[in-house]
Design a protein around this ligand. Sequence first.
Ligand code: NAP
Ligand code: MN
Length: 267
Amino acid sequence: MEKRIFVYKNDTEMSQAIEKTLRKKLLKSDLKVYDEYDSENTDLIICIGGDGTLLRLVQEYNFPKTPIVGINTGHLGFFQEIIPEKIDDFIFMYNQEKYSIQSLNGVTAFIKTDTSTDKHIALNEITVKGLMTHPVHLDISINNSFIERFSGDGICVASPAGSTAYNYALGGSIVDPRLNLLQVTPIAPMQNVAYRSFTSSILLPSNDKLSVIPCSNNDRTLTIIYDGMMTEYTNVNEITIQLSRKKINLIRFDDYQFWEKVKSKFL
Ligand code: NAP
Ligand code: MN
């Protein structure tokens, strides 16, 4: 049966060139490219670019349920399953249905200020920081019980999918995405007689709710970064962060193994 394909790409020359090649190859199969994404009828989204391109796609289409497969023309391409040389293999395996789906949950943040409540969902992570270089002092609770007063640059709350991104650079752990959990990693925590907070990541079960409350008026101006996109807030009262029920479905071929991917991209 004919399948409906939507192609999303970044604007590099390489991605444009790969898209042309891809379209030619798809024409010869039963895979038809449509110019609009249709959440009901699109069978597959092909994302040409790097991980950043996939993050943009996920934000733009609000965590589409449609299976996504990535062709890597970026730098790292941790989400991306196919290299441009393997497009023929991909079409063959897709038509033969020789693939599995890797579901990846996002992270949701509610930002409550004096005047509004805003919501962001990130695939990788929600990062809470001060303004510019200011350290922040934040009271952190889990499921309404107070855990610690954090002082430092901020905190990074990562999904399993985001564990290999900013979280990893901060010294956090790489999480096999079959474990559904939230990882809270401190960013430059201050450790002295005045301030004391956890220096390692902490892991929370998938249903737990993290609450972040600014300790003083100075801490109520905060920067929230979701998948690399930044918004500044003033007069923040509380930020709550949870694993999202929204998820994306990545296509992985039968030879995909998470730790092989980690080895090939990190060691
Ligand atoms: P970018 O400037 O291209 O840099 C981010 C790097 O992280 C890229 O190499 C990107 O891969 C890679 N990356 C993104 N998501 C990943 C994942 N889930 N696992 C492993 N690597 C991943 O920015 P971007 O492409 O828009 O990505 C935004 C992300 O950058 C944020 O969500 C945050 O995690 C990350 N970040 C990292 C640092 C750091 O490591 N110190 C600092 C700030 C932000 P591609 O090259 O394929 O795009
Ligand atoms: Mn990138």
